[in-house]
Design a protein around this ligand. Structure first.
Ligand SMILES: Cc1ncc(COP(=O)(O)O)c(C=O)c1O
Length: 383
């Protein structure tokens, strides 16, 4: 019998990273635009809080849903929405939170609607929990996202869950608030469940962040300290659930994780301190500047970027006008220009071979050097 793990692929970006590291070991200076984590380190104050927690003997298991102080601080971070901390489950990253919610909702054979391209782990979690991911092709015409109409059209007898990320990886695309409301209505009218991944919600550039929890209680929202707070390696995130699932989620969390890293919870609590907001907002502005540099520069090089990515730190670029597949271009740019990017194939199958993802989690200097190297690469004799 095939195991569920047989349907799970490794990330091509890891192959890119491995080759990039091998080139660096051979003396090349590689510009890393393949990696999906902020280049900013965890702030010193947050590191200090983690160390103090360890020294104060916070080295044991804690409550399955997280320490009360952190759950309260997370709930308060949604103000002016009045969120009950009892609805918050702390988890090992939004990866942990997604597993909690999939474990809660999915029955064998349940269908989950997702956008293609999208963050690949989501479809894999669905498979692991016995569900069937249904990937709906999502191009620039629908803002690279699901719409209420497309959800309604795709809904079938087995459909149970719709999962969206806003902003999304790899496109940085947001779902407009009114469209998201319409999606929530469509799902609710069919007795289904909506999961909203808001991991990049802190990193939006043209308007203030807006959680779905500002207007809805009957949705599952996941988020994390990984991206906005620069804490990927601490492995800490959270789920906000409707009240009635608290007991079931507690049982799942106890069994899956026992509890989330205790020192990481104390560090995360510090990261929510209002005084650190200034630093995180400064970082957001830096990402914003980088986006505003990179997108026109890529367009100038011949990449297709039909929509300005509204958030996250990614540009999903169409390479079909350049005469390459995404895989070829990622390979050649690394071998010939020492610029590492991710082939679109990591994020789905819909026109994936025609795309690559650039991550701008790199300094403006590094980005402008990468653009200069790509300019020379495309002007070179072989092209
Ligand atoms: C859209 C999206 N969701 C969830 C995750 C998982 O992140 P973490 O488990 O670090 O919170 C990522 C990581 O890249 C992501 O891009």
């Amino acid at each position: 019998m095939r195991s569920r793990v047989d349907s799970i692929r490794s990330f091509r970006v890891m192959d890119v990273l491995e080759r990039a590291l091998a080139r660096e070991a051979a003396g090349h200076s590689v510009i890393h635009l393949e990696i999906g984590e902020p280049d900013f380190a965890t702030p010193d104050e947050v590191i200090a809080a983690g160390i103090s927690a360890l020294r104060a003997d916070h080295t044991r298991y804690v409550q399955a849903l997280g320490i009360p102080a952190l759950r309260e601080a997370i709930a308060a971070s949604y103000a002016p929405a009045d969120l009950d901390p009892e609805r918050v489950a702390v988890a090992p990253g939004s990866s942990g939170a997604l597993q909690l919610v999939m474990g809660l909702l999915l029955r064998e054979g349940d269908e989950v609607l997702l956008a293609d391209p999208g963050y690949p782990c989501n479809a894999n979690f669905v498979r692991l929990y016995g569900g069937v991911p249904r990937l709906l092709p999502s191009g620039p015409d629908s803002g690279y996202q699901l719409t209420a109409q497309r959800v309604a059209d795709a809904w079938g007898p087995k459909t149970r869950v719709v999962m969206v990320a806003t902003p999304a990886n790899p496109t940085g695309a947001l779902i407009a608030p009114e469209e998201l409301e319409a999606i929530a209505d469509t799902v609710a009218a069919r007795g289904g469940y909506l999961i909203v991944d808001e991991i990049y919600q802190g990193l939006v550039y043209d308007r203030a962040p807006l959680s779905m929890l500002a207007s809805r209680d009957e949705v599952f929202v996941v988020n994390s300290f990984s991206k906005y707070h620069g804490m990927t390696g601490w492995r800490i995130g959270w789920l906000v659930m409707p009240h009635q699932y608290r007991e079931a989620i507690t049982r799942l969390a106890q069994n899956l994780f026992i509890s989330t890293s205790t020192p990481a919870q104390f560090a995360a609590l510090r990261a929510l301190g209002p005084d650190l907001r200034v630093e995180f907002e400064r970082r957001r502005k830096v990402f914003h500047q980088r986006r505003d540099f990179l997108v026109p520069a890529l367009r100038g090089l011949g990449f297709g970027v039909p929509l300005l990515p509204a958030g996250a730190f990614y540009v999903y670029a169409d390479v079909s006008g350049l005469g390459y597949t995404g895989e070829q271009l990622a390979h050649e740019l690394l071998e010939e220009a020492d610029v590492a990017i991710t082939p679109g194939a990591d994020f789905g199958s819909y026109r994936a071979a025609e795309h690559v993802r650039f991550s701008y989690a790199a300094s403006l200097e590094a980005l402008s050097e990468a653009v200069a190297r790509m300019g020379r690469f495309f002007a070179g004799p072989a092209h």
